[in-house]
Design a binder for this molecule. Sequence first.
Ligand code: FMN
Length: 381
Amino acid sequence: MPMLFEPIEIRDLKLRNRSVVSPMCQYTAVNGVMNEWHLNHLNTFGRGGFGLVIFEATAVEARGRITHGCTGLWNEEQLNAMIPIVANVKSTGAATCLQLAHAGRKASCQRPWEGDAALTEIEFSKGELAWDIVGPSDLPFEEGWLVPNQLSKSEINDLVDTWVKSTNLAIVANFDAIEIHSAHGYLSHSFLSPISNKRTDEYGGSVKNRMRFTLELVEAVRAKWPVEKPLFIRLSTVDGKEDGWTLENSITLSKELKALGVDVIDCSSGAIAAAGINTLPTPTPGYQVSFSAAIRSKAEILTQSVGLITNAAQAETILRAGQADLIALAREALYNPFWPLHAAQELKADDNFNLWPHQYGHWLGLREQGVFARRPGEINN
Ligand SMILES: Cc1cc2nc3c(=O)[nH]c(=O)nc-3n(C[C@H](O)[C@H](O)[C@H](O)COP(=O)(O)O)c2cc1C
């Protein structure tokens, strides 16, 4: 059996295979509420055979949305819309994970296809107003972006409570796992990185101090999240900037996260600052695999690799080399939502469409045998 199709158990959760849909914002919610688009989008990946489907970055409060189209989980309307979507995806045999997020100083933006920068008069004229944003320091992400209000200590405590409330709602929604978004320049990552965190109190300065917010957050969420359910965290494992957050820092942090009950480190990178000053190399296939490999071996924790992993043999090689335990796909899953089912055929883990939903597999198996139906007398038989 190829490793990609070996089930894996994390706490009490058993995933049918190692393929994961990476969280992908759809910028299609209204007031943070999911709708039919999200249902269809996520259900397709379940039918496509993924082991785990991670729901997009979902804000713990209105201030924490990236755009007006981002999903949220801080009220009942959002919860009620989410419950049937979680149940639906689970009915396909996939497990579900919610990425809980706060955009911090990168909040209050345009949708990517509208410009991907601070909101402008064009959005204001459509009633999509800017809102006050927060961060570890009053430094904007980039020139022309909103200046965040520096969070006070009591506001930091309140924010941790906000995450716990969303965790409570995620329990009601019946998610199998939670992933804390601590990457891509959003709030938690912006506390970790010296590029965005210029504080002089116990939340800034040394690496230990910069890790404090993330660790407090994780501790509070883990205390609320059922012990039998896994907790993931996504890190930007490197900032890609000389004086930024480093892989060594991520290894140190991962050891602490493990001690607090984090089960999987989802290894991404970058996006702490505008592209112009980001020194990460142009992405090549598997460009973040070395990060998941280093964290897996040095912090001795399960890792998820992501980033231009597009074919079955590549995914299998990463797993066999011990460079990651889970393989996440984002854009390739958009291109081919049935990627795991095709990968299973390529890796010879499914010789007769047995892994496919039987409503599809029945016909495809017969087509493979050169027949249309098994009924005697069938014209194509
Ligand atoms: C449409 C889109 C939305 C994304 N939204 C999120 C998100 O909500 N949270 C997150 O951590 N990463 C997000 N990402 C990053 C992906 O999860 C992934 O890490 C990245 O695209 C690299 O993987 P890939 O090469 O397989 O696309 C998004 C990427 C895309 C293309």
